[in-house]
Design a protein around this ligand. Structure first.
Ligand SMILES: Cc1cc2nc3c(=O)[nH]c(=O)nc-3n(C[C@H](O)[C@H](O)[C@H](O)COP(=O)(O)OP(=O)(O)OC[C@H]3O[C@@H](n4cnc5c(N)ncnc54)[C@H](O)[C@@H]3O)c2cc1C
Length: 478
């Protein structure tokens, strides 16, 4: 499959993602946010202009309208994964069994309900601020695409039913799945009605606009090189200047894997996407006109959705892990990862053979040992952080932003009392063991999934490697 496509595969890493180019073109002539030069003082300094940093800034402007907030972004706001993700917005209903195991049933439900706010919250926010982020609440369907994948979510569905939240995740039979999207490879599925899709970059750029309108001082192309806390201040050094603030928020996602104090808790992994030419007639032929989000149920997940101009954006968590916190070309230029994404696209939607792929891009996702975010504070409450969304932060970053704002401002104890808040994630092995292990496990996971899809039994060695992280207490791998 991959070989047949190879000559025509779009090359990742040559330009910004299709999403961000589209959003910047629609934006026209945005208010500039020049690099920081000289010295500034603020009440709060936010590092990172993705969703997490921008939601934190936004909720702070709501809670403390007079606070002086400065946001420093090494690229442009939305230049990271927030401007190039799949745009799947959902909460944590699928995590409830694991959350219940860790914190108990009631706490798990409380967390999931709080996380669910993000879906309607983002829609309402877009309406309130006139941000046309192509928001559509049309639900999310996970499909079993091959016999080996059948019914791997039965336990989750019955657990949620038992907790009285059976409406949040509903089993869908084959006929119901076909009504959403008629692919011959799809079997039964799992329906999450509360999910929505967005144009990721339009959302990110919309946040930027609203923050500037609210007086947040944004400096783009401003990389924070060092952070120290002393004399009751947080001091930041950038290439061209210095910022000092009472408190700071570190919202750097996968870059936390290279940040002192966090590098042993976060692993960066690559996710890649392609986008087709507009094919509205072909989508109509599949009956896939409702804007539903889709994914398969492999561990190395393929996720796909339509756009308002009739394209399919298709992604997969098939990229490699980074080394020692370096976010380099592994995350943006990996042609092999794109070949894998395209092979999955052709396998899952074989009737779209021949459809042209117009663009390809990748980015880092941030994985912790339990595949759940770390949101907390350090340095006597002067530095707050949130990362570890495991490739699912488009929605939850809004919850993280709300929590970070309450850390800074001290209000809403119920939110910061959610039991996962302040909990550190397990330490990961040191380099180079982490890098070698992550690459071996990822290769084993992909090959195991491929073998199962082809109706073959994976070798014992593959199965052992894919399960190694679990044997060491991490919730990674099978
Ligand atoms: C290809 C792909 C597809 C994805 N699809 C989905 C999806 O469909 N649904 C979903 O829920 N999630 C998805 N994700 C994950 C989602 O994009 C992230 O979870 C989310 O964007 C996290 O937001 P953030 O603000 O924490 O991180 P980011 O968007 O990464 O923002 C962090 C920012 O910090 C900046 N930064 C880093 N270091 C510094 C520094 N030293 N100084 C200044 N700035 C710095 C970076 O440039 C970056 O802009 C996907 C990710 C990728 C890569």
């Amino acid at each position: 499959m991959a070989d047949r496509d190879a000559p025509s595969l779009p090359t990742p890493g040559l330009q910004r993602s299709w999403w961000l180019r589209e959003a910047l073109a629609a934006e026209g002539d945005p208010v500039p946010a020049p690099p920081l030069s000289g010295e500034i003082e603020a009440d709060v300094a936010i590092i990172g202009g993705g969703y997490t940093g921008m939601w934190a800034a936004y909720f702070l402007t709501e809670r403390a309208p007079n606070a002086q907030i400065v946001l420093l972004e090494q690229d442009i706001c939305g230049g990271g994964p927030s401007g190039r993700n799949g745009g799947f917005v959902h909460g944590w209903w699928e995590n409830v069994p694991e959350l219940a195991r860790q914190y108990g049933d009631e706490a798990a439900l409380a967390i999931a309900r709080e996380a669910d706010e993000v879906v309607d919250g983002i829609g309402a926010w877009c309406t309130r601020h006139g941000v046309d982020a192509w928001y559509r609440k049309a639900g999310y369907l996970r499909v079993n695409a091959f016999p080996a994948q059948d019914h791997d979510w039965d336990a989750t569905v019955s657990r949620l039913k038992g907790l009285g939240a059976g409406d949040e995740l509903v089993a869908a039979n084959a006929a119901e799945v076909q009504r959403v999207c008629a692919s011959p490879t799809f079997r039964d599925g799992l329906w999450m009605p509360s999910a929505a899709s967005v144009h990721p970059a339009r959302l990110a750029r919309g946040l930027r606009r609203v923050l500037l309108e609210r007086g947040v001082r944004i400096h783009e192309e401003t990389r924070v090189r060092s952070l120290t806390v002393g004399d009751g201040r947080v001091n930041l050094v950038t290439d061209g200047g210095r910022a000092s603030a009472d408190q700071a928020v570190l919202a750097i996602n996968a870059w936390a894997s290279g940040w002192p104090g966090f590098r042993s808790r976060v692993l960066a992994w690559a996710s890649y996407m392609v986008i087709t030419e507009p094919i509205p007639d072909r989508l109509a032929g599949l009956g896939w006109t409702g804007g539903e989000l889709l994914s398969d149920s492999r561990f190395t997940i393929s996720y796909f959705r339509t756009t308002t101009d009739g394209r399919i954006a298709f992604g997969g968590g098939v990229g490699a892990a980074g080394y020692d916190g370096r976010i380099g070309q592994t995350f943006t230029h990996d042609r092999r990862a794109i070949a894998r994404v395209v092979a999955n696209f052709r396998n899952l939607l074989p009737m779209l053979d021949g459809v042209r792929l117009e663009d390809a891009w990748g980015g880092p996702i941030d994985i912790t040992g339990h595949r759940f975010p770390e949101i907390g504070s350090t340095h006597n409450g002067r530095l707050h952080f949130a990362h570890g969304f495991a490739g699912n932060g488009a929605g939850p970053s809004r919850l993280a932003g709300r929590i970070l704002a309450t850390f800074v401002d001290g209000g809403e104890p119920a939110l910061s009392a959610l039991p996962f808040v302040g909990r550190r994630q397990p330490l990961l092995p040191p380099e180079p063991i982490r890098f070698i292990g992550a690459r071996m496990v990822r290769e084993a996971l992909i090959r195991e999934d491929d073998a199962l899809d082809a109706g073959r039994r994976p070798s014992w060695l593959l199965r052992l490697i894919a399960r190694l992280p679990r044997l060491f207490g991490y919730r990674l791998g099978h």
